[in-house]
Design a binder for this molecule. Sequence first.
Ligand code: SF4
Length: 481
Amino acid sequence: MRGYQCLKSIYLTIHNKELEPPVTPDLQFIFDQGNAVGSEARKKYPNGVLVDNPAWDFFGALKKTRKLLKNETEVIFEAAFEYKGCFARADIITYSKETKRWSVFEVKSTTKVKEEHLDDVGLQAWIMANAGLPIEKICVMHLNSDCRYPNLNNLFTEVDVTEELRKRHQSIPPRLTEIFKAVRSESAPDVDIGPHCASPNECPFITHCWVQKNIPEPSVFNLPGIKTKKWDLYAQGIIKLDHPKLSNLTPVQQRVVDVYKSQKRYIDKVEIGKALSTWKFPLVFLDFETINPAIPRYDKTGPYQQVPFQFSAHIWLSPGSELIHKEYLHVSSSDPRPQLIPLLLEACRGEGSIVAYYSAFETQRISEMAEHSQDHKKELEALLNRFVDPLPIFRDFVYDNGFLGSFSLKTVAPTILGEKHSYEGMLVADGSSAQRAYEEIINPETDHSRREQLIEASIEYCKKDTLVMVELVKWLMNETK
Ligand code: SF4
């Protein structure tokens, strides 16, 4: 699949493995989640037999598969096939004694069939068919977004892609010829950077290729909301932010360019003052950490539904008062919401504004919790119209070159408030590491000291998010005095 995405990428994967950075914890988390979904799918076939040879044991896996096929084993997991140097392992294949043909099921941990899945399954099916497997149908088995815990009987949806793949069958050999030619060549193919570097997957050689191309930072790639237009600009050689032909930008993008050229921070104090004048004390600075398991595990939740397991709230009663801090971190595998909701309501008691950075995330979670909790529905819904958000204030009225085109809290805070407000070096330093930490905290196999360390780091991280927000808002208020 990497060869389908970019010929240079498959070449580097084989010949310059040292350029490939190690798998990040975030990526490993995605792999683990994919494996968990694969195992869940197998549960539908209790009589399935696993070809348990490791990924590198091509010949052992082929041998075992041949034996199982010969015995007309009804269901095989991870069956291996080879044809002309191409090797594939099928997630699930099932045999029909009537038709004497096989159905192929490829399990995907997404909630829909994606274009790249068709390429992936198409190539596998092409290898299987050419290796001599009589195929009846080919299905992608993906997660069903209508499934709700605890009923996981409909966790998967099967989509028959046989006809679609039949249409693509002829296009596979030329693509493979191209890939084999690339990997057997003397040097890496000369492929320019482009949208393919991030799609369908982020290429691991991005840093290598970007350095080769001398892309400066900041560049047009840092313009907020630039989307695919950046590639049109790149194709025209418009890369630096002071390029004379850089035009037709949105007001926010134009500001990024103007600040880059002037090297002076932009700040519109009048507009900031107007925006802040609608906020009402006491201010509650709120932040959630959430978990969104592929396989639902909490009452009435579906695949990938976000469920808060932690919050931090800094309460600022009046301009002259000290901050009060309230927080909650769920540390068991049970549903966090029954404990979290009353404490959240207690922390948000009053009528002042609730401040959240990118508040759409917090309000969405509160709406979902209101849907779930009939006991607290009204109180939770009453919180919704109290939300205010510093993010649009920064996006529209402040810009500093240090933002590098991003308005995220993690970029804005150290730029405006100084490095002591950076998240660098923290054990839990962003939303994804908070999720991983939570999974480890609730895992009974995690040893006591590691668990304690993660609990402390999680509390520190969430608390920092709201404290940094307080400091940013104080900064905004100071600027407008
Ligand atoms: S970064 Fe882009 S050009 Fe470089 S190898 Fe990856 S996909 Fe190909």
